[in-house]
Design a protein around this ligand. Structure first.
Ligand code: ZN
Length: 195
């Protein structure tokens, strides 16, 4: 994929929920493993959907991952967990604070291949830090689309539903453990409650 130099680089796999980001991340990790490359995978402490130490896709595939702090200086703990691995994977990157951008820059600068996966858009349809910053500084960006659950067009938005109704525009961006669900929607079918 990156033929010319021996330097490290950053790859971002982004898009809406249900677009297959984690599936693509796992596919790349599996390819690296087959080539005999050592992989270190990380996931934020905030996400415990598949247990504390695995990255899991909706398709059920998994990869062992280390859970690290998702905010502030704690994001740098990621570096302390490395043990010479050439490939570093970070899933659910949207749950990390912007410190993740500097961490990825440092890892790539040290000659590592860094693969970052996460959604780039909030439930409000706005840029979701730190993905936009990562997309700007990465060598490679793949933006995947899901299929709109309403109309079947390509979907780029995350529709948050609370008790089956569109979430309110003033709701917090990150909600953990709430009774909510998400659908992939296109621009036209994405809605927010404002009243
Ligand atoms: Zn639609």
């Amino acid at each position: 994929m990156h033929k010319i130099t021996r330097s490290g680089w950053v790859e971002v796999v982004t898009g809406s929920m249900f677009s297959g980001k984690t599936e693509e991340l796992l596919r790349r990790l599996r390819r690296a493993e087959i080539a005999g490359q050592d992989v270190a995978a990380f996931t934020p402490a905030i996400d415990d959907r598949f247990g504390e130490t695995t990255i899991g896709s909706h398709e059920g595939r998994q990869w062992d991952a280390q859970v690290i702090e998702n905010e502030g200086a704690g994001v740098w703990d990621l570096e302390d967990h490395l043990n010479g691995e050439q490939v570093v994977a970070i899933d659910e990157a949207n749950f990390f604070t912007e410190e993740l951008v500097d961490v990825c820059e440092k890892l790539a600068g040290d000659g590592r291949r860094v693969i970052v996966s996460g959604t780039d858009i909030t439930f409000r349809g706005e840029p979701f830090t730190p993905l936009p910053e990562l997309m700007a500084t990465a060598e490679y960006v793949d933006k995947l689309r899901a299929i709109c659950t309403v109309c079947g067009e390509p979907a780029t938005r995350n529709q948050r539903l609370v008790d089956g109704r569109p979430a309110h525009v003033d709701d917090p961006t990150i909600v953990v453990g709430a009774e909510e669900s998400y659908e992939a929607r296109c621009r036209n079918c994405h809605t927010l409650r404002t009243g």
